[in-house]
Ligand binder design. Sequence first.
Ligand code: ACO
Ligand code: AKG
Length: 389
Amino acid sequence: MANTDYSKNELMNFIDQSPLNIEICDVTLRDGEQTPGVAFTRDEKIDLALELDSIGVEVIEAGFPVVSTSEKDIVKEISNLGLDANICCLARSVIDDVDAAIDCDVDIVSIFIAMSDLHLKFKYHKSCADVFSCAMGAIEHAKDHGLKVRFAAEDATRTNIETLKRAFLAAEDYHVDYVSIADTIGILSPATTHYLVSEVKKVVNTPICIHCHNDLGMATANTLVAAEAGAKQLHTTINGIGERAGNASLEELLVALRVQHGIETYDTTKLNSISRKLEKYSGLPTAVNKAVVGKHAFTHESGIHVMAILEEPRTYELFTPEMVGGKRNLVVGKHTGKKALKGIVNDLGYELDQDELCALISKVKNCTEVKKGLSKERLEEMIRNVRSH
Ligand SMILES: CC(=O)SCCNC(=O)CCNC(=O)[C@H](O)C(C)(C)COP(=O)(O)OP(=O)(O)OC[C@H]1O[C@@H](n2cnc3c(N)ncnc32)[C@H](O)[C@@H]1OP(=O)(O)O
Ligand SMILES: O=C(O)CCC(=O)C(=O)O
């Protein structure tokens, strides 16, 4: 067996799939910060930007400058940190918003407009032609000032597909650098993502971005599928935070790109530390069963799993904890088996004979703490107890 940090999905060999041509745009500092109750300080934003840059993320969306004067100052400061990543910020289709972006020295401004019937009728109270012309005016202004432009179609996934294609094509005439398909309310599935990106790609030569929300729990999967259908720029947030159910999660996507497509250009060993920082700065703990960075991502209790892991961790781990800066944790509880327990006991520096092991396993399975998980200290106490009999 190849000695790698992860198992590659060999089934990919049977799928007609060209190598991916992608970049990551992490939007934690903008969409992630739109999570209710989250407001990063200057130092926190700068720290996260430095961490994202060190992972190798190509684009960092640093904020939305018109939100406040301090937001604008921080975006400007991040733009001038000299990071390898390109710095991007959000702007409505409003000249003042673009001017704020210009003042911030960003590399890319993401100019957004919604063209879905729902948004036109209930949000703007304007026609599609009117909002579109505002967008093109803003784009022209940004281009005249030398900015790269992402034209983002908010609520693209509930926008008439012909309208969307026409809008992207017209934006190409203004030499936008990216067009973005925003699944603003997370309605896409993997199949419809593939269809939509492929349809847009048929008519547009500009690199396509995909911005997926997680309302149906499919944001990461949809983002991966979009890449497989030819999207270039993939939007993520750390721990998947963001509006409502959040966005595609950075850590899930980077590991999925590795396992499914062999993309090893990102430093995944930093994923656990950046996740812990994000928890601290946002005040939002991740679920224990969160993929890649959750507390249980490398925690094992079941006897059959642990006995195999003690010989070869890849039997029950898709990738090593080291690959993502995590740690393996073998715990004892109701589901522990004798072989697993023996291994754990030995690792703690004890030797038990078969009778002692049987006595210990019975104690473990029937003790009251089994519901919450046994501490190392309590287990050692039990070991000493069975040995003295
Ligand atoms: C899908 C997304 O994530 S979109 C980004 C969401 N992010 C935010 O809203 C960031 C936080 N927002 C804010 O701080 C404020 O809403 C601001 C600074 C952006 C605007 O504040 P205000 O000037 O007080 O406007 P308010 O929030 O009341 O209304 C938004 C205005 O922007 C307009 N608007 C919304 N989106 C766009 C757009 N893409 N292009 C042009 N105008 C837009 C609305 O129609 C409304 O215009 P109106 O004032 O003429 O009715
Ligand atoms: O597509 C983009 O770049 C951003 C749009 C966005 O934040 C959204 O619609 O949720």
